[in-house]
Design a protein around this ligand. Structure first.
Ligand code: 6PG
Length: 283
């Protein structure tokens, strides 16, 4: 695995990997998801639990698009253990599934219509229900069944893919939002963001129960907030509060997003993001 390239430069935690372009970022992220799914399956087999299942929660917005298109294209499409992985939503805008703002629509376009995901392996928020509060309650009930018996009181996703808003939000947890302060519920309704529609989102305790959290950060407009989050200067930002107790946070950023002095650095040696060239495929 490539070493963090910015441990000494504005990223004391060593969580940042910088890729030269959005395309290389997407390949690195797809490689990371494949590595997580493959390793999880191997661990289950070693534990005598068969190949087990893998749980991955996906954010909306633009960040995951390219990554999911790469994941559902060769070489990953033919290698990824689709029969083991269950996909969930990190958050959803309260709009019909066919609405251009729908995260479910984005996931259908970039992943579900391109890869052999078994129909019962995608778990969407049901925005046909009466209101976001009901949507949140029903999603939490579904998670309760899917993660029955998980110790610790919160579902432990094997991987959660997050974006980073220029205001420091992530999922649909916006600065100053009551949803950000939720301590016990797994899924809540939320307000804010662009588009400014009601939303349903996983809560901070669920994000912080994950085994791996991967932030995908692309574009110059994210450079300032990425620098703030990595440096810890603004610990109150929602994204700064994602810090799994028993998990790992990785920031995958392209050069434009990591372009501020003190953060920018060349791509990781060999970290060209093309996991195909890496032994084992994991970035
Ligand atoms: C949403 C997303 C949101 C997104 C960030 C970054 O539903 O809006 O979950 O949290 O990840 O706003 O969005 P971009 O990747 O489009 O910049």
């Amino acid at each position: 695995m490539a070493d963090p390239v910015t441990k000494k430069q504005g990223d004391p935690s060593g969580r940042l990997f910088v890729l030269p372009s959005p395309q290389e970022l997407a390949r690195a992220a797809a490689g990371r998801l494949w590595g997580i799914a493959r390793d999880r399956a191997a661990a289950s087999a070693r534990a005598g639990k068969g190949r087990g299942t893998v749980s991955i929660a996906l954010s909306g917005g633009r960040a995951p698009r390219l990554t999911l298109e790469v994941l559902s294209s060769e070489p990953y499409r033919g290698r990824f253990p689709w029969d083991l992985v269950h996909f969930y939503q990190v958050d959803e805008r309260w709009v019909p599934p066919g609405d251009p703002a729908s995260n479910r629509r984005m996931l259908r376009e970039c992943l579900l219509s391109r890869a052999p995901v078994p129909p019962d392996h995608f778990h969407p928020v049901d925005t046909a229900l009466s209101d976001p509060g009901e949507g949140a309650r029903r999603y939490e009930e579904m998670l309760g069944c899917a993660f029955r018996g998980t110790p610790g009181g919160f579902p432990r996703f094997d991987a959660i893919l997050l974006g980073l808003g220029a205001d420091g939000h992530t999922a649909s947890l916006f600065p100053g939002s009551p949803a950000l302060e939720e301590k016990t519920a797994w899924v809540v309704e939320a307000e804010g963001g662009d588009p400014p529609v009601p939303r349903v989102t996983l809560t901070l305790p669920v994000l912080n129960a994950a085994s791996q959290v991967i932030f995908l950060v692309s574009g110059k407009e994210k450079a300032a907030v990425l620098a703030d989050v990595l440096s810890g200067r603004r610990g109150e930002l929602p994204a700064s509060r994602v810090s799994p107790r028993r998990g790992k946070v990785t920031f995958l950023a392209d050069a434009a997003a990591a372009s501020l002095p003190g953060v920018k650095s060349p791509a990781a040696p060999g970290g060209n993001g093309d996991a195909r060239k890496k032994k084992g495929g994991a970035f």
